[in-house]
Design a binder for this molecule. Structure first.
Ligand code: 6PG
Length: 470
């Protein structure tokens, strides 16, 4: 049979992610085309034996071969590249066509691009895609924004290629405007918090409990066999078991302890600050990566201060607490991220449903985890839940594990081992469950030095007082 000549979807950006997603869509029976200026990439597609996938190196020919309304999926680096690709496409597209940006774009750029393209009647859709290279090939979790019309055109294509839980695809509309990229940004914020918490657990196992890489791998594997089953715990086991290819021991020991970042975690924290939503576990994870980059300074300070004396510790007891610490920390990290999405949805008019977000994170994405099942169920049964921590299932989960978080932090503090994300999670939990906080003292201080006024517990209104003993 001859190759198809008209295509349901065209993809620009045939790097590993783009190529894998296109092959995935083709495997599901969709008739798809890829464009690349790099002739070897488009030739690769042309040479594939399947009839339902084709490659182009001429942009106008590529666009002309797409079914109307056209869908052009972009998998190009976030930032100026998106603008330049859009600028090239714009004169070739017509009213009613769709451009779907599937990169990790900043949500405010997406909002701007939506407005710019709306002037030509082109709908720009920001879509988060998670799952890395293997997810793109075998089933990612996808978070598209945009309106109903976009979902009607894109839904069947995306559903065919998404990860699945049973027969439920891990893709659904996230809400209006830039909601898709916003939800992906928070996915990454939670990803930063969970990765940092796992690194803190690893540090305690290694430095305080003196465990070998294999002992730690076995412990994380035990976690992964239970309620903490998740992709990030699973890959931690794989990392710890990977041998050093250039010598003895494990590869992880040869990796420089300086964590890099592409920006989505920082954006989550920045936007949380703008919205006035506390997400301290995410903030702490961003700061911890930044602190790790101060390697020269750390090397200089290390010999100046001594470690606190280590008291005897029962390894089995400490490990039991550590499993509960991570369990509590993970629940609290999801609670913070989802609370930020709720606030952003209200502020930016996304109309995002948290139950849907949690549902499509259950497979395919980096933060997929068994605890997303009860989290999705909690929001499905109470869509106006003020905070995940208020759900009965969260109360049960934290009742069972928060003591482990406290015990673990005591161990960390006594040993002088930093655990900033776990500590921030606990402080958030304790703050959120405090009927009365010491903010009254801050209000009084503000009013004393700056006449900033304060509210009272017993009367409505705004007050200013002359503070000081009579
Ligand atoms: C995903 C990931 C992915 C991102 C990494 C790296 O969901 O597939 O989130 O989008 O590339 O998280 O992010 P950092 O470089 O900032 O760690």
């Amino acid at each position: 049979m001859a190759k198809a000549t008209q295509f349901e979807l065209g993809l620009i950006g045939l790097g590993t992610m783009g190529m894998n997603l296109l092959l995935n869509l083709a495997d599901r029976g969709n008739v798809v085309a890829g464009y690349s200026r790099d002739r070897s990439k488009s030739a690769e597609l042309r040479e594939l034996p399947a009839d339902n996938i084709q490659g182009f190196d001429d942009l106008a020919e590529f666009v002309a071969a797409l079914r109307i309304p056209r869908v052009v999926l972009l998998l190009v680096p976030a930032g100026p590249t998106v603008d330049s690709v859009v600028a090239g496409l714009r004169p070739l597209l017509a009213r009613g066509d769709f451009i779907v940006d599937a990169g990790n774009s900043f949500h405010r750029d997406t909002t701007r691009r939506i407005a710019e393209l709306a002037a030509d009647g082109i709908e720009f859709v920001g879509m988060g895609v998670s799952g890395g290279e293997s997810g793109a090939r075998h089933g990612p979790s996808m978070m598209p924004g945009g309106g109903q019309r976009a979902w009607e055109r894109l839904g069947p294509l995306l559903e065919s290629a998404a990860a699945r839980v049973g027969d439920e695809p891990c893709v659904a509309p996230m809400g209006e405007g830039a909601a898709g990229h916003y939800v992906k940004m928070i996915h990454n914020g939670i990803e930063y918090a969970l990765m940092q918490m796992l690194a803190e657990c690893y540090d305690l196992m290694r430095r305080r409990l003196g465990m070998s890489n294999e002992q730690m791998a076995a412990e994380f594997a035990r976690w992964n066999a239970g309620r903490l089953q998740s992709y990030l715990v699973e890959i931690t086991v794989e990392v710890l078991r990977t041998p050093e290819p250039h010598g003895a021991g494990a590869l992880v020991d040869a990796v420089l302890d300086r964590a890099r970042a592409k920006g989505t975690g920082k954006w989550s924290s920045q936007d949380a600050m703008d919205l006035g939503v506390p997400v301290p576990a995410i903030d702490a994870a961003v700061s911890a990566r930044e602190l790790s980059a101060y390697k020269t300074e750390r090397l200089r300070l290390a010999p100046l201060y001594s470690d606190p004396p280590a008291a005897p510790l029962d390894r089995a007891v400490a490990l039991e607490a550590l499993e509960r610490a991570y369990h509590a920390g993970a629940w609290i990290a999801y609670a913070q991220g989802l609370a930020q999405i709720a606030q952003a949805s209200a502020e930016y008019g996304f109309g995002t449903e948290l139950a849907t977000v949690a549902r499509i994170w259950r497979a395919g994405c980096i933060i997929r985890a068994a605890i997303l099942d009860p989290i999705a169920a909690a929001f499905a049964s109470d869509p106006v839940l003020p905070n995940l921590l208020a759900a009965p299932v969260a109360v049960r989960a934290l009742d069972d594990s928060v003591d482990g978080l406290r015990a673990t932090l005591r161990v960390a503090i006594d040993a002088g081992i930093p655990a900033p994300a776990l500590a921030a999670a606990l402080a958030y939990f304790d703050g959120m469950r405090s009927a009365r906080l010491p903010a009254n003292l801050i209000q009084a201080q503000r009013d004393l030095f700056g006449a900033h006024t304060y509210e009272r517990t017993d009367r409505d209104g705004v007050f200013h007082s002359a503070w000081g003993a009579p």
